[in-house]
Design a protein around this ligand. Structure first.
Ligand SMILES: [Zn+2]
Length: 85
C-alpha cells in the first residue's frame, strides 16, 4: 500500500476515501516516456540548465508546469523522509 498521489493521504474517489492505494505491479510501469522526459529535463534545472535556450519565460508552459509539480513532489518526499528519521 502506498499513499494516494491524488489526495496525498486525505482520501478521495481514486482511493475510495482510504488515502492509500494497493500497488500490485511495478510502479515504474505507470511512467510513460513523457514522464521520463519530464524527470530528465527538470533534473537539469538543479544545475541551472534550461531545455530551451533563453530564460524561464522562453520555456514552454507544459515544461514549467511539470517542473513546478516535480519540484514540489521532490520537496514533499524529502520532508517525509525527515519526518520518518
Ligand atoms: Zn486519494
Amino acid at each position: 500500500m502506498v499513499e494516494c498521489a491524488g489526495c496525498y493521504g486525505e482520501g478521495c474517489g481514486e482511493c475510495q476515501g482510504t488515502g492509500r492505494i494497493l500497488v500490485t505491479t511495478c510502479p515504474l510501469d505507470f511512467a510513460g516516456d513523457d514522464v521520463w522526459d519530464a524527470l530528465e529535463m527538470t533534473s537539469y534545472l538543479e544545475h541551472g540548465a534550461l531545455p530551451i535556450p533563453g530564460g524561464v519565460l522562453d520555456q514552454t508552459h507544459i515544461f514549467l508546469e511539470a517542473a513546478r509539480f516535480i519540484g514540489a513532489e521532490r520537496a514533499r518526499q524529502r520532508a517525509a523522509m525527515w519526518e520518518r528519521s
